[in-house]
Design a protein around this ligand. Structure first.
Ligand code: PMP
Ligand code: GLN
Length: 379
């Protein structure tokens, strides 16, 4: 069988979580919380399953959830979107990203990404016949170089994929970045996919979102996920917000890839969002406290902590501890030290050879974070 994705193996998240289980290591690799979601939301979901509607949801998403998303966007970003024509509920942000790329990218089109990039973008672009061009973000601040970006744009450029707060680096863009992006693409037939799954997990006054840039928003698909916002990565309920003309095309993919997303979970999230409108605003201080527990516990270790402005990921530079490359170092950590981490090089097309960085997920109980930090601090 000839593989359509010969360069793709099993994701690093699956690999590292399996190794963590095999070696009994503390798993700070794959990004998921080890604590429970709000009990009231879990109860709503069980009620929705026991007494609710367990048949297909409308293709575009349950009205109660699309209404709640519309309110969420109005409240946080002061942007008014139409719940019927501009919001589509998907099976996780992953499906929204796959639908969006497949709907917009034609064979031979260029797609610009920022390196390091989340692992699902490039395979989706390749399957659509597109070609990824990458702007490298350099440590320690990982800021985009906008003149390099502008030099990559040609008549073949169709889509730009951005992600802020950024996985894996934990950096956040500034308002000026969105304006620079807009200036570079405004006179061309170029669209934007903005992966904002960590939109409510940031440690600065305001999250920079495409929702706040009205002109850019008219060209963009903004993707988010309740997996991140409600500590429910296994529920796989996400959504995309895009102007009607883009959404119409994206829905053509969505209706044939999944058709619709799990009905009782949409019901539970929709009702919960409408009844607890402050929940998303509490997420950043909640995760900031966890970030600070981990940072403090590692402050006097030989790891160097990079800045973390958003997401629930912390980067560590281990160059004082080992010369191993990051994949080998993570193997050593999981097998010998008892902590599973993610090597950052896997998010690059051409990883910088001198870079020695690992990613730790701090969406964990304080006891988990302190036990892991204790093991790491011995190195
Ligand atoms: N984008 C980024 C940057 C992510 O970190 C994740 C979460 N793993 C996703 C997309 C996918 O989100 P979901 O689990 O909702 O499909
Ligand atoms: N987004 C998660 C992370 O970055 C992983 C999700 C997955 O395993 N597909 O760790």
């Amino acid at each position: 069988l000839t593989s359509k994705l010969p360069q793709v193996g099993t994701t690093i998240f699956t690999q590292m979580s399996s190794l963590a289980a095999q070696y009994g290591a503390i798993n700070l690799s794959q990004g998921f919380p080890d604590f429970s979601a709000d009990q009231a939301l879990l109860e709503r979901a069980s009620q929705a399953i026991l007494h609710g509607n367990n048949q297909y949801a409308p293709m575009t998403g349950l009205p109660v959830l699309r209404q709640a998303i519309q309110d969420l966007i109005a409240r946080h970003y002061n942007r008014q979107v139409n719940a019927d024509t501009e919001i589509t509920v998907t099976s996780g942000a992953s499906e929204a990203i796959f639908d969006g790329i497949t709907a917009l990218v034609n064979a031979g089109d260029d797609v610009i990404l920022f390196d390091p990039a989340y692992d699902l973008y490039e395979p989706a672009v390749s399957l659509a016949g597109g070609v990824c061009k990458r702007v490298v973000l350099k440590a320690p601040d990982f800021r985009p170089d906008w003149s390099e970006f502008a030099s990559l744009i040609t008549d073949k450029t169709r889509l730009v994929i951005i992600n802020t707060p950024h996985n894996p680096t934990g950096t956040c863009w500034q308002d000026d970045d969105l304006e620079q992006l807009w200036q570079a693409i405004k006179d061309r037939d170029v669209y934007v996919l903005s992966d904002e799954v960590y939109e409510f997990i940031h440690y600065q006054t305001q999250n920079v979102s495409v929702h706040r840039h009205h002109q850019l928003a008219e060209r963009s698909m903004v993707v988010s996920s309740f997996g991140k916002s409600f500590h429910l990565t296994g529920w796989k309920v996400g959504y995309v917000v895009a102007p009607e003309a883009i959404n119409r095309e994206l829905r053509k993919l969505h209706q044939y890839i999944t058709f619709s997303t799990v009905t009782p979970l949409q019901q539970a999230i929709g009702e919960h969002l409408l009844s607890t409108p402050t929940a998303s605003a509490e997420l950043s201080p909640f995760y900031q406290a966890k970030r600070d527990v981990l940072r403090e516990a590692l402050a006097s270790s030989r790891f160097r902590l990079l800045p973390c402005q958003g997401t629930y990921f912390q980067l560590l530079d281990y160059s004082e501890i080992s010369d191993l490359d990051d994949v080998a170092f993570c193997q050593y950590l999981v097998k010998e030290v008892g902590v599973a981490a993610i090597p950052v090089s896997v998010f690059y097309q051409n990883p910088p050879t001198e870079q020695r960085l690992i990613r730790l997920c701090f969406a964990k109980d304080e006891t988990t974070l302190l036990s892991a930090a204790q093991k790491l601090a011995r190195l």
